[in-house]
Design a protein around this ligand. Structure first.
Ligand code: SAH
Length: 251
């Protein structure tokens, strides 16, 4: 059996209880060494074989899983954040299936949640934005044309932009073309939830400059939108004049 497990965004105690248990029980752990906190590996039992996938190909990863399976062993494939976000798990699952190797997925706290916590922010503010767009700039991995940043930016919704810290000049240009104002609030969160976490506030206009001044080139999320501003409406849910399934209006 292979367990795909989300390690969470960084802090070792932000993995799920289930993920932690699977790590403790695993005979083999294959972890994404570029971003997964090595602290998690301390949970491995004695004799557990540990592989860093940073230097491995997809085929090599599958071979390790297949060999473990042949010996009746349990493998944990440990991905950063939540495995469903830029985790490249589909291609692994699609190779395991014809080999009749059983697998399941344990979710994790994605770094965009870690970033919200670092910012002490709410992405979905009433009358500001009720939508979070998770995307990235096209780099060596392309992004479908229909999802070009300026098209997404035209919604002026909350945006969480992954994998783009090295592309902030073109990102800014695309955001402005799409319709964000130059002074739309923006933030860069570096290594959210890690001990070395850093948070920088600015605007769409200043994003490249902030990164440059602070030497931020990777492992950061770009957050854009008025959710970082000061204006919003109170929620209906906790409004005393609003009746809903669990509470009568009091005024
Ligand atoms: N599956 C992961 C994302 C993997 S893609 C998740 O759910 O978070 C890798 C990108 O995620 C990085 O380039 C960076 O943009 C972002 N990232 C991952 N961990 C991060 C962290 N702790 N703080 C800020 N950004 C992070």
């Amino acid at each position: 059996m292979v367990h795909f497990v989300g390690a969470g965004p960084g802090a070792a105690d932000l993995i799920t209880v289930r993920g932690q248990r699977l790590l403790q029980e695993a005979d083999v752990i294959i972890y994404a060494g570029s971003l997964v906190n090595p602290e998690h590996l301390k949970l491995a039992k004695e004799g557990c074989k540990i592989y860093d996938s940073a230097s491995m190909t997809l085929e090599e990863v599958i071979t390790v899983m297949q060999e473990a399976e042949a010996e009746g062993k349990t493998t944990v494939r440990l991905h950063t954040g939540d495995p469903s976000i830029y985790g490249a798990i589909r291609e692994q699952m699609d190779l395991l299936e014809p080999k009749k190797i059983d697998f399941d997925v344990t979710p994790g706290v994605s770094s965009f949640f870690g970033a919200a916590a670092a910012l002490k922010a709410e992405y979905t503010l009433p009358n500001v934005s009720q939508t979070v767009i998770i995307t990235r700039m096209a780099g060596r991995t392309p992004v479908p044309e229909k999802e070009e940043i300026s098209k997404l930016a035209s919604h002026n919704a909350t945006m969480a932009i992954f994998l783009s810290t090295g592309l902030l000049e073109p990102l800014r240009e695309r955001l402005l073309v799409g319709g964000y104002r130059k002074d739309t609030p923006a933030a860069i969160v570096y290594k959210a939830t890690w001990p070395e976490e850093k948070v920088f506030y600015g605007t769409v206009e200043t994003l490249p400059q902030i990164a440059k001044e602070n030497n931020i080139t990777k492992t950061a999320l770009i957050l854009v939108g008025e959710f970082l501003g000061d204006t919003y409406e109170r929620s209906k849910l906790y409004d005393p004049t609003f009746t809903h399934e669990f509470r009568e209006a009091t005024k």
